[in-house]
Design a protein around this ligand. Structure first.
Ligand code: NDP
Ligand code: 2IT
Length: 449
């Protein structure tokens, strides 16, 4: 583990002591701190005002009971969270995750990442995240609806278009946003479109929001390769996950002439050397909400299902981890590097362990951290808020072009910042420092609040 700048050591120790057991949160903070040494050295005003310590303490953390009744008439109990982390640049903005692994440490790591990601987009959005340990797998639509209604019956008092604007994340897609918005509208008696993003296209949603995270990740890969005088065309691409981010990343890779040869879910992965049939993946994962294992069973054509291994064993030119945190370990990184992988871009939040991320940088791969590479989703959420505020709706081509320009802007900001702070070509340093300075400067302007 690289040493931290001496001024950051006590700040990090304080974070660990104040948030015991929240290992993912500690990991996310440490990862940012490892980039901030040159910033602290150049700008003593950040240390003098304790801006970094304040950034690590959420402005507000809400934990609440979510009781609901299942189809058998039994009362079920879950825990709901919303961490309103930082509002220096705009209303808290970030998704809701429904997954059994959700606890405060996960929500805080995601909320912390979101501050810097949202800042990097250059848009007026602060950072927040929420969710529940509710597991949508195997639940009926009616159960998901009752859960969402109960969740919103508490959450509604904390959110608002100028206050806090949730959206989707793992386990929360268009269906859940519909139930959540319906309940918010009913309780408040307000058609406040800008209170949630990821809405349906007929009721305030934005074109391209569904596709935006995956598309944005691939736009970022395009920019990195372009800067190196290369392109995605003809590249073999491996994508972990087969949810929202993975599927639309795969769609854009295909459009740009690359071949996606493997995708996965939490049960295992499928490989098809000639290229994955994306329509079948969409049908299995989005329509039927079934297991990716079905792909190999239904497809034939030499498609293989592998369980118990790692998808990163499949040799590729480009790797896009789009499933979950810490899914790509140091040993996976070594395998990818040995097999000649040239580009890794994180569609998921913090999918590479710290050792894996370091290995990619040391080996000289093009490595894009999640807070830069997956920022297209939240950026398009900000475009949705913009359309809601002006009671307008834009077409697909225009919105996609805006996304493309935003991703190019993030890419260029990463490189310029990395250059300025002495780490040329390092997207991790560029993203962390670029994201940090914009928030920190706003916090300095506001005084001690
Ligand atoms: P989805 O719920 O749509 O899909 C998640 C996918 O990842 C599923 O295929 C799921 O498999 C798989 N997965 C989850 N856990 C594991 C695991 N432990 N091992 C292997 N596969 C796993 O979520 P999203 O696609 O929306 O989110 C994926 C990642 O992208 C998350 O890190 C999220 O925070 C991040 N992200 C999402 C954004 C968005 O706009 N949605 C924006 C930016 C980042 P299974 O079906 O078996 O559960
Ligand atoms: O991690 C993320 O950036 C998201 N889940 C999207 C957040 C949003 O508000 O669109």
């Amino acid at each position: 583990m690289p040493a931290l700048h001496e001024q950051l050591i006590p700040v990090f120790e304080e974070v660990v002591n104040r948030n015991p057991g929240e290992t993912e949160f500690h990991q996310a903070v440490r990862e940012v701190f490892e980039s901030l040494g040159p910033v602290v050295a150049k700008h003593p005003e950040y240390a003098q005002s304790s801006v970094i310590g304040r950034l690590c303490e959420p402005e507000r953390q809400i934990i609440f009971r979510v009781p609901w009744v299942d189809d058998a008439g039994q009362v079920q109990l879950n825990r709901g969270f919303r961490v309103e982390f930082n509002s220096a640049l705009g209303p808290y903005k970030g998704g809701l995750r429904f997954h059994p692994s959700v606890y405060l440490g996960i929500v805080k790591f995601l909320g912390f990442e979101q501050i810097f990601k949202n800042s990097l987009t250059g848009m007026p959005i602060g950072g927040g995240k929420g969710g529940s340990d509710f597991d949508p797998k195997g639940k009926s639509d009616a159960e998901v609806m009752r859960f969402c209604q109960s969740f919103m019956t508490e959450l509604y008092r904390h959110i608002g278009e100028h206050t806090d604007v949730p959206a989707g994340d793992t386990g929360v897609g268009a269906r859940e946003i519909g139930y959540l918005f319906g309940q918010y509208k009913r309780i408040t008696n307000r058609y406040e479109s800008g209170v949630l993003t990821g809405k349906g296209l007929t009721w305030g949603g934005s074109q391209v929001r569904t596709e935006a995270t995956g598309y944005g990740t691939v736009f970022f890969v395009h920019e990195m390769l372009h800067a190196a005088g290369e392109s995605i065309e003809g590249r073999r691409v491996v994508i972990s996950g087969s949810g929202n981010v993975a599927i639309y990343a795969a769609e854009k890779v295909r459009e740009l002439g690359g071949t996606v040869i493997a995708v996965s879910d939490s049960g295992g992965y499928v490989v098809e050397e000639g290229g994955i049939d994306l329509e079948l993946v969409k049908d299995i994962k989005l329509s039927r909400r079934a297991r990716i294992e079905k792909y190999a069973q239904e497809r034939g054509n030499g498609a293989r299902y592998v369980t118990g291994g790692s998808i990163w064993e499949v040799p590729c030119d480009v790797a896009l981890p789009c499933a979950t945190q810490n899914e790509l370990t140091a040993s996976d990184a070594a395998t990818l590097i040995r097999n000649g992988c040239k580009v890794v871009a994180e569609g998921a939040n913090m999918p590479s362990t710290p050792d894996a991320a370091r290995a990619f940088q040391e080996a000289g791969l093009l490595f894009a951290p999640g807070k830069a590479a997956n920022a297209g989703g939240v950026a398009t959420s900000a475009l949705e808020m913009q359309q809601n505020a002006s009671r307008d709706s834009w077409n697909f081509a225009y919105t996609e072009e805006r996304l493309r320009i935003i991703m190019r802007g993030i890419h260029d900001r990463c490189l310029t910042t990395a250059d300025e702070y002495g780490s040329p070509g390092n997207y991790v340093a560029g993203a962390n420092i670029g994201g940090f300075t914009r928030v920190a400067d706003a916090m300095l302007a506001f005084g001690v609040v």
